[in-house]
Ligand binder design. Structure first.
Ligand code: HEC
Ligand code: HEC
Length: 323
């Protein structure tokens, strides 16, 4: 600390402490002209204000805290002075991250106690669970999906990493698909599920269609047709006009709206005829999807969890849609 700031701290701190002493003395003086214990002449709803001094216990404690402050400064220092005990945060054995990592590695090598709790726990967990995940990785996802111990592990990993988006029961919510049904955007085979989790998915191509469809009326017509695909009743004239325009959509959603998966395309265009909706099935939500487009993103987990853990989560996800 430069001497300017050191002096600054000294002046402010000692100045305040001295000011407190004077403040206390001033408050203990009786300068009202009224004798102690007598009325000040104010009455509020029959409650009279008396000229009472500050309670003795209170003013004594106040004084003690001030004395305490001087003692504390003497021991622990102020500004650039480190006090009679010579205490500094930097001489308390606190390491920076690089130092503590180096120390951890050194201690691990010596196989002695390790300093950093996180590193120690990770190392212990890897040692303990590594062989379990290795054994799981050697088995197929189908096989694991019937092993209740493996599923428990998968479920825990799912709750830690996936539940914030897909829900703790994997039933999803608006914009986040249900993983426990048989309706898939990218495929429900063990291989496809693992591929999705490892590398993530980015829904491609659901652009905003409002302009191309000629504005709101076009959006309403196509929406009516889309709604009719899952057997709901709609205005037949609107739906008829929408059906013609649906040719624009067929390259991704299929000629009958059966979805890109049914066409063998990995682009995530949902089946529009099954009355299962990623973004909501109300007329309003469907119009919104068409008017402004949608672009869901599933993050990749390869680098965060590693393949072995993804393998076990895949088995858990796969198991959810098997009866
Ligand atoms: C940040 C939110 C988020 C997290 C966290 C997340 N996902 Fe997803 N996931 C999504 C979205 C959004 C989609 C849909 C992508 C789309 O719209 O095309 C998706 C899609 C999927 C799919 C494909 C579903 C289908 O119908 O094909 C699977 C499987 C999946 N997620 C599993 C997981 C697992 C397992 C985890 C945890 C390791 C996880 N997700 C974590 C957002 C998330
Ligand atoms: C280039 C491919 C592509 C075209 C063309 C396309 N879509 Fe989509 N559509 C998608 C994708 C991909 C999604 C999923 C977006 C996501 O997961 O975020 C989607 C989602 C939707 C949804 C939401 C479904 C749900 O379950 O909530 C509706 C409704 C929809 N599209 C209707 C249409 C209509 C109507 C057209 C024609 C005007 C159209 N789409 C054209 C790719 C396409």
């Amino acid at each position: 600390m430069s001497s300017f700031w050191s002096i600054w701290v000294w002046v402010l701190t000692l100045g305040s402490l001295v000011a407190y002493v004077f403040l206390l003395r001033w408050c203990l003086k009786n300068f009202t002209g009224v004798k102690e214990g007598e009325s000040m002449g104010h009455s509020f709803d029959g409650i009279e204000e008396l000229n009472n001094p500050l309670p003795k216990w209170w003013s004594t404690f106040f004084l003690l805290t001030i004395i305490w402050a001087f003692g504390y400064i003497a021991l622990y220092g102020l500004g650039g002075w480190s006090g009679l005990l010579g205490w500094k945060s930097s001489n308390q054995g606190i390491l920076n991250i690089a130092e503590s990592k180096a120390k951890t590695i050194e201690n691990l090598a010596k196989d002695s106690g390790v300093l950093v709790q996180y590193d120690r726990e990770v190392a212990q967990a890897n040692e303990k669970y590594g062989p379990i995940f290795e054994a799981y990785a050697a088995r197929t996802i189908e096989d694991l999906s019937t092993d209740s111990e493996a599923l428990k592990v998968g479920q825990r990993l799912f709750i830690q990493n996936c539940a914030q988006c897909h829900g703790s029961d994997a039933h999803g919510t608006t914009g986040f698909p249900n993983l426990a049904d048989k309706d898939w955007l990218y495929g429900g085979t063990p291989e496809k599920i693992k591929e999705t989790i490892m590398h993530g998915r980015k829904a491609s191509g659901m652009a905003a269609w409002s302009n191309v469809l000629g504005g709101e009326s076009g959006v309403k017509e196509v929406a009516a047709y889309v709604i009719s695909l899952s057997g709901r009743s709609v205005n037949p004239d609107l739906a008829k006009a929408g059906k013609e325009k649906f040719a624009l959509c067929a390259s991704c959603h299929g000629p009958d709206g059966q979805g890109s998966l049914a066409l063998g395309l990995p682009m995530g265009a949902p089946n529009l005829s099954d009355n299962i909706w990623l973004y909501g099935g109300s007329q309003r939500a469907i119009e919104e999807s068409i008017r402004n487009g949608r672009a869901g993103v599933m993050p990749p987990w390869k680098d965060i969890l590693g393949e072995q853990k993804v393998h076990v989560i895949s088995a858990y996800v796969y198991s959810l849609s098997q009866d």
